[in-house]
Design a protein around this ligand. Structure first.
Ligand SMILES: Nc1ncnc2c1ncn2[C@@H]1O[C@H](COP(=O)(O)OP(=O)(O)OP(=O)(O)O)[C@@H](O)[C@H]1O
Ligand SMILES: [Mg+2]
Length: 235
């Protein structure tokens, strides 16, 4: 049998709470995101989203149920402005789907909401700048606005603070708290300071399995968790 990146994970997220998913490099965190969003199919087991069976749904169907994700690596289009990114995201949430070549006029109706979303993540002043020219922290904030465009009930964030300086990290903490309101959030995060500040529950993975699950203060003292991190070369 081949290598299993995620194996026997039994996890129930609580509605409206912020969950952190942590664990050493290669633990299977991103793979779990790929399973939850339909990018990968499980070989066994089931995935329930909002009480319905989503095990066999495609990625776009899962997105339509109200699941949005941001990626571990920045994934923006070079030429589009910040606002255009959000407009396309807003359009993709409609029946029209994602049509890159739809006329400017068709997108125009999303401008007020698009600006509002950029405002929510602190980017109103750079709305018309090409995304490629934005500083890194603002790129990541833009990705959050794109994820929010669908008004997701479940928001999956893969390392939203990776590669950030202190200032951007604290801004992102505030931002996550702000966008979490009422939503279920699952956030992969290596920075334990961020985890302690935003997460009500921490799920720890190692080698494809969940090895601990609970409040930060409890999980951080768990011997299995300590051992998992000590075993990591670059912890
Ligand atoms: N498409 C793939 N094909 C083969 N192996 C893969 C694939 N994707 C991931 N893996 C392997 O699965 C394991 C889990 O990877 P994953 O990216 O889920 O880890 P992660 O917990 O997100 O790690 P990191 O903290 O470094 O982002 C790793 O050993 C990785 O090399
Ligand atoms: Mg990952």
């Amino acid at each position: 049998m081949g290598f299993r990146a995620v194996n026997g994970v039994d996890l129930r997220l609580e509605a409206g709470r912020v969950h952190a998913l942590v664990g050493p490099n290669g633990a299977g965190k991103t793979s779990l995101f790929n399973l939850l969003t339909g990018f990968l199919k499980p070989t066994s087991g089931e995935i329930l989203l909002f009480g319905r069976d989503a095990t066999h749904l495609r990625a776009d169907q899962i997105a339509n149920l109200g699941v949005a994700r941001s990626f571990q690596i920045t994934s923006l289009f070079e030429q589009l402005s910040a606002l255009e990114h959000v407009l396309l995201a807003l359009q993709s949430a409609t029946d029209l789907g994602l049509r890159f070549w739809s006329s400017e006029g068709a997108l125009r109706r999303f401008v007020p909401r698009g600006r509002e979303l950029l405002g929510e993540v602190g980017l109103e002043a750079v709305a018309d700048r090409p995304a490629s020219g934005l500083p890194y922290g603002q790129k990541r904030a833009l990705e959050l606005a794109i994820a929010l465009a669908r008004e997701p009930r479940l928001l999956l964030l893969d390392e939203p603070t990776s590669g950030m300086g202190l200032e951007d990290v604290s801004r992102t903490i505030a931002l996550i708290r702000h966008v979490a309101g009422g939503r279920t959030v699952l956030l992969v995060e290596h920075n334990m300071g961020v985890v302690a500040e935003v997460a009500q529950r921490v799920v720890v993975m190692q080698q494809g399995r969940v090895i601990a699950d609970g409040p930060y203060e409890v999980v951080r003292h768990d011997p299995a968790v300590i051992a998992a991190y000590l075993g990591q070369v670059d912890a």
